[in-house]
Design a protein around this ligand. Sequence first.
Ligand SMILES: Cc1ncc(C[n+]2csc(CCOP(=O)(O)OP(=O)(O)O)c2C)c(N)n1
Ligand code: SF4
Ligand SMILES: [Mg+2]
Length: 330
Amino acid sequence: MTIGATECLLRMYDEHHELEDYQSGVPRWCTGCGDNAILAAVQRLCRDEDLRPEKTVFVSGIGCSSRFPHYMKTYGFHGIHGRAFPVAEGIKMARPDLDVFVNTGDGDCCSIGAAHWIHAIRYNMNITAMLHDNQIYGLTKMQASPTSPLGTKSNTTPRGSYLEALSPLSVTLGVQNVSFVAQAVDWIPELLYDVIKAAYHHKGFSFVRIIQRCPEWLPKMYEPFVHDPQKVLLLHHERGIQVSPGLAKVYTNQHEHDPADIHRAREIASGHDAIPVGILYHDPHVPCYEEVRKAGQIRSTGRLKAGLEAEFDKFTVWPHDREPRRQTDA
Ligand SMILES: Cc1ncc(C[n+]2csc(CCOP(=O)(O)OP(=O)(O)O)c2C)c(N)n1
Ligand code: SF4
Ligand SMILES: [Mg+2]
């Protein structure tokens, strides 16, 4: 089909998007909540990548952070607590042509949804996952989560939490088929954007843990890190994040890390000094489940129904006077 110059121009205009094309509503998050910074970075990414809103889906579970899809003018699914990953995987299997993102909290992902998280890593579907890790259950008003540091005082641990925090980076790096692991913090927007962008461009399951401040319940938790740039370790590499001169001037605590080195990535993830930010691990060659399974093949409803009937018939106990239905060959 040939199209004229005017139509061509109109199509180009139609397909060019501004920031407003991705913004929806006024976020209900508290002032200073790190979720606002993550939303701003993601909306900017959508604009810069010119993502088509009708071909983009944000999926979440339950929590403050899981309100994310409401603020994106794309498709979205504000799901069930802990179940963002299976919903996103179902969408990707049925529609591999869509860009699928997951926004999940530390309770949502690492507590009630932990089993789904592990399998999402192993399935390695082409999904960009952002863990909004504020180290507390925010929405339900301050209960300790698996990522709360030892001694965190909360409504469920008034004398301080009793266990060492679970490390989302170390867990992810320990799962078979892991293909992309990165970390960012909400108070360095430039780096947050670069990390989410790299995650989006990775073909496979990209897991970004974002340290997200919750000024409502843990107002002092990250003050020392925000005020002392030495407490942040910038990971840079030609195959990872390349740090801009402006950022390098402020954040002088830097480390060249090759994201292909999983052993070094695990060492960095388990360190207890400065917060490492950048790409810890990247393997672009791990096969995606949707490709292995040849997702997106459309089956007619007639064929699906006949297949189901045939399966049910196998287990039906028929009365003596009735012949079983003839098995279909679907
Ligand atoms: C099945 C089920 N169990 C418990 C809850 C209550 N609940 C809602 S959000 C939440 C925790 C949210 O914490 P997190 O995932 O860290 O998100 P945040 O609010 O901190 O962003 C809990 C326990 C629920 N909605 N559903
Ligand atoms: S309670 Fe915490 S996580 Fe929830 S919106 Fe407020 S600052 Fe953000
Ligand atoms: Mg939380």
